[in-house]
Write a protein that binds this ligand. Sequence first.
Ligand code: DUC
Ligand code: ZN
Ligand code: ZN
Length: 473
Amino acid sequence: MSNNPFDLVVRNARVATASDTFDSDIGIRGGRIVQLGLDLPSGTREIDAAGRVVTPGGVDAHCHLDQPMAPPARMADDFDSGTRSAACGGTTTVIPFAAQEKGQSLRAAVRDYHQRAEGKAHVDHAFHLIVSDPTPQVLSEELPALIREGYTSFKIYMTYDDLKLDDGQILDVLEVARRHDAMAMIHAENSDCIEWLTKRLESAGRTAPRFHAHSRPMLVEREAAHRVISLAELVDVPILIVHVSGREAVEQIRWARAHGLNVFAETCPQYLFLTAEDLGIDDDYRGAKCVCSPPPRNKANQEVIWNGLADGLFTVFSSDHAPFKYDAPEGKKPGGEEVAFRHIPNGIPGLETRLSLLYTHGVLQGRITLNRFVELTSTNPAKANGLHPRKGTIAVGADADLVIWQEGQRTIRNADLHHDVDYTPYEGIEVQAWPAYTLSRGEVVWDGEFHPRAGRGEFLRRGRPTLLPKQAA
Ligand code: DUC
Ligand code: ZN
Ligand code: ZN
């Protein structure tokens, strides 16, 4: 046993948390931060961070890895490639979804998902639940028991035939969230409107990828956001509306906040960096690469989202990484065919690029502060999911999950990324900051090279959410 008080010292860091920025060395032992201060004694290993910003490792509280799909669809990333990609982009905790199929017990879905993760993850991870079949047994026994065991958040869908709940079911599930103090995440889109529009587009022969956006205009999201806000008000429970895409849903959330309701909101890179035009301006099938739901909107809506990030409306910034290969029969070309938009698997990759994009275009371009960046990408997702202060901050006692940033011009290229997807929707976008090092519990997992150790990532049993409401203007 060494006499050094530290396994590792990150020296001369410009430390940024959600509340403060200060100069400090970071002393690490046993995977945790044990001391902060200047001129710490030597560690067994040292990393000089002089001139560099150091933030808590990213917590990506909305990503999809190896989630079971209806054939032929299959996600391109499992816990190995997905957490590899996360680590290389500065994310040290991921929370994907254990999805209940209708007719399946929640317990079986969780068991299956643990098997998928077993021995594969390179960084720490927890699971949200997806509740698609709220039977009396699920509501009264399985869900409360799983919440007690540390699965303290779940997602419910207002669209997709195989996942959606009706309003009565949503009320039932929200009541469980209230009673057991869990976080309910909501996919807010009106299913019947989407189906009605989709049929009309199909009968007019409008089936190219770009019509996906026409089938899900903003009012579809606005109506569902308004409705679920009302349902949550009735039950008197906080909710988190996920992947908010633009002005109309934002207006509903501002209204709810102004009325004192605890409505939290998440947004994602696709609503800042993509528009509906990325789904194609003609019938080019490559637009399928950007098919996700809700769809990207337009430049004016990108500004609305930036404003919500700056003024406190948004609580969480996640990737919504939902990885499908473009040129593959299990991906965006089901069975090898160019299909009507209705049949294109929904989702785009983004785990590895989330932090760099927001750091560059948010912090370095003066739209948000460095502290707000940390809050959105790490601290708040940790609090919303019962992981704080172990995750999401730089403090004595916290896990030594850190990103040491380097600034410098770089262009996003899929060839440089570490996911198993054959494209990135952000190809060609310039960034000026990228992780020089990612540390997961004191271990360097990325220093310009990835250091794989599948299975080192721990499963995290979580506490209750500790997010406090933040009132936007
Ligand atoms: N919802 C998600 O949360 N992710 C991918 C697709 C979707 O509809
Ligand atoms: Zn969703
Ligand atoms: Zn998602």
